[in-house]
Design a protein around this ligand. Structure first.
Ligand SMILES: Cc1cc2nc3c(=O)[nH]c(=O)nc-3n(C[C@H](O)[C@H](O)[C@H](O)COP(=O)(O)O)c2cc1C
Length: 194
């Protein structure tokens, strides 16, 4: 059982990475493997609208790390999409990732079907809900099953590490991890999960 987290921040190892790690902690306690992919390591390009992905199972635009990252999602049982709030929505890197992934799955139906998903956002002040919604819309459109927690999945902080001071937000991340582990285990033990 494996969960892959995508950190859409341009700032590597920042607040978004910290909140994804908090979810990972609970997954690891439940013996679920985790892997973090930070888009800051790549220069993810936007979709070119060529539809070359049709029937190929991945994007044909090579060399920017998207195809490798997307393959990790296809192999995972669970996916966490994480983004800082940039201009009241997801980062440009996350948006480009969703554009590319969106077309790949649209032209190769079922690639993310029945995977367990959750979206999380690091936010200074405003735009957290929109950011979480943007990522949730992607996953719902790709036949994924989303997990909830005790609040909407945003944690407050500006400078790196400040999210750790948002006790309620971080507790919400822990609970999200527990709920995600529970659902993955339910589905994993069910032969129909494929
Ligand atoms: C380009 C840019 C745009 C931002 N826009 C917003 C915004 O609209 N609303 C907000 O609350 N915070 C905004 N922020 C602050 C970040 O969301 C916040 O600092 C977050 O914790 C960064 O997470 P990170 O360390 O993972 O990059 C913005 C930051 C940057 C760099």
């Amino acid at each position: 059982m494996k969960v892959v987290g995508i950190n859409g921040s341009a700032r590597k190892d920042g607040n978004t990475a910290l909140i994804i790690s908090k979810v990972f902690d609970e997954l690891n306690k439940a013996c679920i493997e985790t892997k973090l992919i930070q888009l800051a390591d790549y220069d993810i390009q936007p979709c070119r609208g060529c539809f070359g992905c049709k029937g190929r199972g991945n994007c044909v635009l090579a060399g920017d790390g998207f195809a490798e990252a997307f393959s990790s999602l296809v192999e995972a049982d669970g996916i966490i999409l994480g983004s800082p709030v940039y201009s009241a929505d997801v980062s440009a890197k996350m948006k480009a990732f969703l554009e590319r992934g969106g077309v790949v799955v649209a032209t190769n139906p079922g690639l993310l079907r029945h995977k367990v998903g959750a979206s999380v956002a690091a936010v200074r002040r405003g735009g957290g809900m929109t950011t979480v919604d943007t990522m949730n819309h992607f996953m719902l459109n790709k036949e994924m099953v989303l997990v909830g927690s005790t609040y909407w999945n945003m944690v407050y902080g500006k400078n790196v590490g400040e999210v750790l001071n948002d006790e309620e937000g971080m507790a919400n991340m822990s609970n999200l991890g527990k709920n995600m582990a529970w659902l993955i285990k339910q589905l994993y033990n069910n032969e129909e999960h494929s």
